[in-house]
Design a protein around this ligand. Structure first.
Ligand code: XMP
Length: 528
């Protein structure tokens, strides 16, 4: 796709002021679902700095505090006086009320959960076209009893006389409920009314426009220099690499370290399908022997991780040194591409400095003392947006919708020593489970489904007329939002039965299939 310069200027931005992270991220996502670009900023950011970002609208998020609590976050009045449309939600609504001269009381009561909202002003910009009675999600103690002067009250509940207000002229809006959660039936509509009507924005932030903007930004950053990118086979590095390739073509070289701990077909997916889809210049390093030799005799999970991490860095550094040595001297390799995502940026303070590299998620990742400038084209994106960009770039579905897979790979799914034979067994069993889950259409319902080989356990079985003494495998299907917590997936029995029958028939040495029915916590997702 050619990049159109008029489409590559920065998108119209809505700032989401964060008074409580869990709410702010969700609001930012909902705004983006309305195809308007949003960015989260801390409530401690000075108003002048917020306004210098030239936001087209500002949303004040909910938060856990009472506006009257000591040390409760506040907001400079200037935010309401800059002529920028503002929507206050929950805490942000109450803050707006008190800052602009309205009244918020501590009622002693609390509204929490599903609540009936009565829209009291039919001409409300926010509620137009939605029913007079609607279900919303509430979570607050204090309640607004009087709107600021010049504001019309647009909704109420049994407990709260002023559950929403607006000042159409000043483009200031407030709602007590949480429109960002699914339980608020018309929440998305109310949010979109604010964006499109209140702030006059249009739904123009699309995956195509993200690609255009990033391609322009990468070109501007990298110029004629060269970049390298480590491919792990995962979604993030694949999409980051594909974007950079789109921007600078052969100035990018990707490195894929095959540590021999990948699942069946995954190395080929990178080597063939990914290269075919992107035209990327790829250096594959077959280091399986080296990793498996280094893991010989090791059963302790943390030691396995350390060894795999150490070997990975050594192999990657060698490959990188080769690429640097082969590069023409006037085109130095100065950039390293990383698939850092927006939640990591927000959670690490949202700074613009070096990427915050989480050690846990970069075992099998990169050394920290690399002398490269980082290129992070996914820094502004949530995971689902990364997948959409991947689709837009024409990456194969198998890569775009790949389940999370740990850097140390199958190395931490063999309980016991890692050997070539055990890896082969596990690879087969895992491939069967994946095939059957895909065939049953369950891929998008499951977060991930590790298959674990209990290599140090044997049990007696019977196959044909013969007694066997084989190993069990464990199926660990989980559903999750973010891998921090997870529940075991209630897979249909017939799917479980097919997986079990096929694995015990087709994988010699495995004579039992078990199901892990533990949530996280207390269990982790992986067994090691
Ligand atoms: P746990 O097992 O801690 O896993 O519940 C949470 C998520 O992280 C993945 N995981 C890893 N990813 N290196 C990684 O890159 C690792 O060492 C590692 N250990 C676990 C796991 O697959 C799950 O998605």
């Amino acid at each position: 796709m050619a990049s159109n310069p008029s489409e590559s200027s920065p998108p119209d931005t809505v700032l989401v002021v964060d008074f409580g992270a869990q709410y702010a991220q969700l609001i930012a996502r909902r705004v983006r679902e309305a195809r308007v670009y949003s960015e989260i900023v801390p409530s401690t950011m000075p108003a002048a700095e917020m306004l210098a970002k030239n936001p087209k609208a500002i949303i004040l998020s909910g938060g856990p505090s009472s506006v009257y609590a000591e040390g409760a976050p506040s907001l400079d009045r200037a935010v309401f006086e800059a002529g920028v449309p503002v929507l206050g939600i929950c805490y942000g609504f109450q803050l707006m009320a008190t800052t602009l001269g309205g009244k918020v009381d501590n009622t002693g009561g609390r509204e929490y959960g599903r609540t009936q909202l009565t829209v009291s002003k039919p001409s409300s910009a926010l509620f137009e076209g939605t029913p007079d009675e609607q279900q919303v999600w509430m979570s607050h103690g204090d309640a607004c009893s009087a709107a600021p002067e010049g504001f019309a009250v647009t909704a109420s509940t049994d407990l709260v006389p002023v559950a929403a207000f607006e000042n159409e002229e000043r483009k200031l809006y407030g709602i007590q409920h949480h429109p960002e959660v699914m339980h608020s039936t018309y929440g998305q509509q109310v949010l979109e009314h604010f964006l499109y009507r209140g702030a006059g924005l249009s739904p123009s932030w699309t995956t195509a426009s993200i690609v255009d903007e990033q391609v322009a930004a990468i070109r501007a950053q990298v110029g004629s220099k060269r970049a390298i990118c480590g491919l792990s086979g995962g979604v993030d590095s694949a999409v980051a690499a594909a974007l950079v390739q789109r921007a600078i073509g052969d100035q990018l070289t990707c490195v894929y370290v095959d540590h021999g701990l990948m699942r069946k077909g995954e190395t080929e997916q990178v080597e063939k399908d990914f290269v075919a889809a992107t035209g990327v210049q790829l250096k594959v390093v077959d280091a399986a022997d080296r990793f498996i030799d280094a893991l010989a005799g090791v059963s302790d999970p943390e030691q396995k991780r350390k060894i795999i991490g150490r070997e990975f860095i050594r192999v990657f550094e060698q490959a990188q040194a080769q690429i640097v040595a082969e590069a023409p001297s006037d085109e130095p390799v100065a950039f390293l591409v990383q698939g850092t995502l927006y939640p990591d940026v927000v959670e690490s303070g949202g700074g613009t400095g070096a990427a915050n590299i989480k050690s846990h998620h970069n075992v099998g990742g990169l050394p920290e003392d690399l002398e490269f400038e980082l290129v992070e084209p996914l820094r502004k994106l949530f995971k689902d947006e990364v997948r959409m960009v991947g689709q837009e770039l024409g990456l194969p579905d198998e890569i775009v919708h790949r389940q999370p897979f740990p850097g140390p790979g199958l190395g931490i799914r063999i309980v016991g020593e890692v050997t070539r034979e055990r890896l082969d067994l596990l690879r087969e069993a895992d491939a069967i489970a994946r095939e059957e889950l895909t065939a049953a259409g369950l891929d998008r319902d499951i977060w991930q489904c590790p298959v674990v080989l209990l290599a140090d356990v044997r049990s007696v079985g019977v196959q044909g007329d013969a007694r066997t003494y084989g190993h069990p495998v464990v199926l660990r299907p989980v559903s999750s939002e973010d891998a921090m917590t997870a529940d075991w997936s209630r897979l249909p029995y017939d799917v479980l039965a097919r997986i079990s029958t096929r694995i015990t028939n087709e994988v010699a040495e495995v004579n039992r299939v078990t199901l892990d029915v533990t949530s996280k916590p207390p269990g982790t997702i992986e067994w090691e």
